[in-house]
Structure formats: structure tokens, C-alpha cells
Design a protein around this ligand. Structure first.
Ligand code: C5P
Length: 221
């Protein structure tokens, strides 16, 4: 079974998917982490964020994605970079390279491989922007997660301050709105609700309550 969870930046979808994976035993495929890992590689080797840059770098990029139970680990040049991908520089770069056809095709292949391997056993919870529309359009379950920009900014600010990054509410809020704009307006695989997705607004829900909504749907079957 594939459970597709898409949504806006910092809407809580990754935390939700992580918890759903823990309870269901499905593997957790976080496609955002994959885009961030590619951005990390572009920055590491000073690759231009253009189709030409992508065509030159990606065939030799050494990217390994390991979906182990409720975590997605990514390795660039065999180094585990999973915990180094949430800086504002990588966040910005990931949205920029996510517009490139070459990058999306490259990652689509990786994502389909994971789907093929785990779809039947134990199942996959996949999270991103285009999972229900492009990556797994036939997923058994599709959810689209939203929350107001203010709530998302507050949550992201709390996460950042835990990791010692000091920034202002307004700065975080503006960055979130800008990323949504870029993700929704790009030509290829834009952020968009699949017509058959169930919408979950997380404004008034705790992480446990968010996961419970999804689990209630998928475990009833
Ligand atoms: O989900 P996360 O915020 O980690 O994703 C980082 C960026 O990667 C997003 O802003 C988006 O531009 C891109 N992305 C995408 N398609 C996905 C997942 C992420 O374009 N399926």
C-alpha cells in the first residue's frame, strides 16, 4: 500500500508521515530530503542551478537513499548528510533545483524504485509536493496537508530555535510564503492537491492528532 502525503512548506506533513510510518510499520519516504540532498551536492561542487548544470552533475552524482522504517537517510559521496540539510541556504537551493526537469526525472526514478520495492511489503508512506499527482498517482490513499502561514511560521521558528538558529518570526513567515509560491507556480510537477486527496488542516491539531486522522483512514481498510 502507498500512502501519499503532500502539502505546503512546514505544514507538519513530515512529522505526521513519520508517526504514521512508526505505527503502521510502513517505510517512510521523505522526498523533500532527496531534493535537499541534491541541493547539497550542487552547493558542494558549485554546480549552476540550470538544466545544463544538472545534466553535467547528476549522471555522476553519488546519491544513496535509504528508507529504513520511519526514517529517510540520504548519503552524498557515501557521507550521511541527513542531519545537515535544514539550513536556509539548502532550503532555498532545494526549491531552486526542484524546478529543473533533469533533477525531477533523476529523483522520480529513485522514488519509483522505493515504491516498487516496498509497496506490497511493508507499504510506503511517501511525503512531498507531487507524490499524489506525479510520483504515485495510483496511491491507495492521498492526503493534502495545509496550515495557515502564521501557524507554520510559529512551528518552524520553534524548531529552528531548538537547533540554535536565531531568526525572526517575520523572516520565517516570508520564507515559507515565498517557497510555497515557487513550489506552486513552477511548470513541472507544481505543488497541487490531487483531485482525489483528502484535505487535512493542521492549524488546531497536535502532531499526535494529525497522525491519528491519517491512521484512522488507512487502518480501517
Ligand atoms: O519538504 P521539504 O521542505 O523538505 O522540501 C524542500 C523543497 O524540495 C521544497 O520546497 C520543494 O521545492 C522541493 N520538493 C519538491 N517536490 C517534492 C518534495 C520537495 O519539489 N516532492
Amino acid at each position: 500500500m502507498i500512502v501519499a502525503i503532500d502539502g505546503t512548506a512546514a505544514s507538519g506533513k513530515s512529522t505526521m508521515a513519520h508517526q504514521v510510518a512508526e505505527v503502521s510499520g510502513f517505510v517512510f519516504m521523505d522526498s523533500g530530503v532527496m531534493y535537499r540532498a541534491v541541493a547539497f551536492g550542487f552547493l558542494k561542487y558549485h554546480i549552476e542551478s540550470t538544466e545544463r548544470g544538472a545534466a553535467a552533475y547528476l549522471p555522476k552524482m553519488n546519491l544513496r537513499v535509504n528508507c529504513i522504517q520511519s526514517r529517510t537517510k540520504v548519503y552524498v559521496d557515501e557521507e550521511d548528510v541527513s542531519s545537515r540539510l535544514h539550513t536556509s541556504r539548502i532550503t532555498e537551493m532545494s526549491s531552486r533545483i526542484a524546478m529543473l526537469k533533469g533533477v525531477r526525472e533523476f529523483l522520480l526514478e529513485v522514488q519509483h524504485e522505493i515504491g516498487d520495492r516496498f509497496d506490497e511489503d511493508p507499504g510506503v508512506v511517501a511525503v512531498g509536493r507531487d507524490i499524489g499527482t506525479v510520483v504515485f498517482p495510483d496511491a491507495e490513499w492521498k492526503f493534502f496537508v495545509t496550515a495557515s502561514p502564521e501557524v507554520r511560521a510559529r512551528r518552524r521558528l520553534a524548531e529552528l530555535s531548538q537547533t540554535g538558529i536565531e531568526t525572526s518570526f517575520q523572516e520565517v513567515c516570508d520564507a515559507i510564503i515565498e517557497r510555497d509560491r515557487q513550489d506552486s507556480q513552477r511548470v513541472i510537477a507544481p505543488l497541487k492537491k490531487a483531485s482525489d486527496a483528502i484535505v487535512i488542516n493542521t492549524d488546531d491539531l497536535t502532531p499526535d492528532e494529525q497522525a491519528a486522522v491519517v491512521l484512522e483512514y488507512i487502518l480501517e481498510r
